[in-house]
Design a protein around this ligand. Structure first.
Ligand SMILES: Cc1cc2nc3c(=O)[nH]c(=O)nc-3n(C[C@H](O)[C@H](O)[C@H](O)COP(=O)(O)OP(=O)(O)OC[C@H]3O[C@@H](n4cnc5c(N)ncnc54)[C@H](O)[C@@H]3O)c2cc1C
Length: 396
């Protein structure tokens, strides 16, 4: 490390925003590079916000699962999906991290390298200005403040509201239901997601794949109440609520998106590091934290180049997912889009695992596209070519 540059500024690295991606980077750096002068800034009273972050066991390798293990709140050996006239249980593990457990483990590991309750007003590759006027300098700043709007991406949206409930009697589930799409579709692809934490405690999320993010939260709460009632689950207490609108990428202009960042290192959703079809980012955040911890240089250009390389790889690997998304969002009647996912869940279990892990082989892709399409062929083809044709021609 350049000793003179090190002496000139008080921090080697400032992580702006204490969410999933920056929290993991900080935790990993504390373990692997303890001599780095690190600072994590978060506006909330705790890091991680109010989330349940779930992932498939196969999304990560054994070594990654091992270092992540202290954060894991729940693990189930199998999970299920339900569609009209079809149910399937998959014998592959599913895990969840509650943001409360994330904060409980990561915050003490950071100690004085963490500042909570500080709002960032502005930042650049080597400095951060706080809302109270204080300016902090570092050799590099990683912006992990969540998704930012960009005209370079054509997005759909997965909007959802979840309630963690205590039920009056045991629910009887022994595995999560990742998609219960047997419910009324309400004008887009809709499913209910259920995580049974203990015999009485369950998270129920009402999820909609829609073109725009607006969904009335009251309607989603009513959907959850109706879903519980239909299963004869009497709600004793609503323990917690979480909601989100996750980006689903239909197409985009990668080069210009990164040119717009103008050398600013980013992490998490802001770096485009999420699954294009599910909006989930945990496996990407794990991989990025490993890449950052392995760097030999921590100045802003080195970090920007490394993170951009990670994002470029993820972008290339997800080209096929963007095509599927266009079919899911743009082809067929909205109330029939569940058929795309039904067909998907009838495929062999290894292919489903590869899909979630973002590692489809050529054979997997051929299998996904073979046979009778679940939406009308002509519409599927025109959907595959629709949206920002210039972007698609140049970058897909
Ligand atoms: C309710 C919900 C559930 C989800 N479930 C899953 C899941 O099961 N699995 C999965 O992989 N993904 C899930 N996701 C998607 C995605 O992985 C998460 O959104 C993830 O938290 C994104 O990570 P991030 O680090 O990019 O941003 P965030 O985790 O959102 O972190 C951004 C942080 O920056 C802070 N911040 C923002 N602005 C400022 C500012 N001006 N000053 C200071 N701090 C600031 C915020 O307070 C926040 O803590 C979920 C998302 C939501 C909303």
């Amino acid at each position: 490390m350049d000793k003179r540059a090190s002496r000139d500024v008080p921090y080697d690295l400032i992580l702006a925003g204490g969410g999933l991606a920056n929290g993991l980077i900080a935790w990993r750096l504390r373990a692997r590079r303890p001599s780095l002068r690190l600072l994590l800034l978060e506006q909330g009273e705790r890091i991680g916000g109010n989330h349940t972050w779930s992932f498939h066991e196969g999304d990560l390798d054994a070594a990654q699962r091992q270092w992540l293990a202290p954060l894991v709140s729940h693990r189930w050996p199998r999970h299920a999906v339900l569609f009209p006239g079809y149910a399937r249980t998959l014998d592959s593990g599913y895990l969840s991290i509650a943001s409360s457990d994330f904060a409980r483990v990561v915050e003490p590991a950071l100690g004085p390298a963490l500042r909570l309750g500080v709002r960032i007003a502005e930042l650049g590759p080597t400095s951060v200005r706080l809302a109270d006027g204080e300016t902090l300098q570092a050799r590099a700043v990683i912006d992990g403040r969540g998704m930012q709007p960009s005209g370079r991406l054509a997005l759909g949206c997965q909007t959802f509201l979840g309630q963690e409930l205590r039920l009056a009697a045991p629910h009887g589930l022994d595995a999560p239901i990742l998609m219960d799409a047997s419910v009324a579709q309400q004008g887009g692809y809709r499913f209910v997601y259920v995580l049974p934490f203990d015999p009485h405690r369950v998270l129920i999320e009402d999820t909609h794949y829609v073109g725009a993010s607006a969904r009335d939260p009251e309607r989603l709460r009513a959907n959850i109440a109706a879903y519980a009632a239909a299963r004869n689950w009497r709600i004793a207490e609503v323990l917690r609520e979480e909601q989100g609108s996750l980006p689903i990428v239909l197409a985009g202009d990668f080069e210009r998106y990164w040119a717009d960042l103008a050398g600013q290192p980013c992490a998490g959703l802001r770096a485009g590091l999420f699954h294009s079809t599910t909006g989930y980012s945990l496996p990407h955040a794990v991989r990025l934290s490993e890449r950052v911890a392995a760097l030999s240089e921590f100045d802003a250009p080195a970090l920007f180049a490394a993170i951009r390389a990670e994002a470029a790889q993820a972008w290339r690997r997800q080209r096929f997912f963007r095509l599927l998304n266009r079919m899911l969002f743009l082809a067929g009647s909205p109330d029939q889009r569940w058929r795309v996912m039904l067909r998907f869940y009838r495929l062999p279990a290894p292919l489903i695992a590869h899909f979630y892990a973002g590692s489809l082989s050529l054979g997997d892709k051929a299998r996904l596209l073979s046979g009778k399409p679940p939406v009308p062929l002509r519409q599927a083809l025109s959907a595959a070519c629709k949206i920002h044709p210039r972007q698609i021609r140049r970058f897909e």
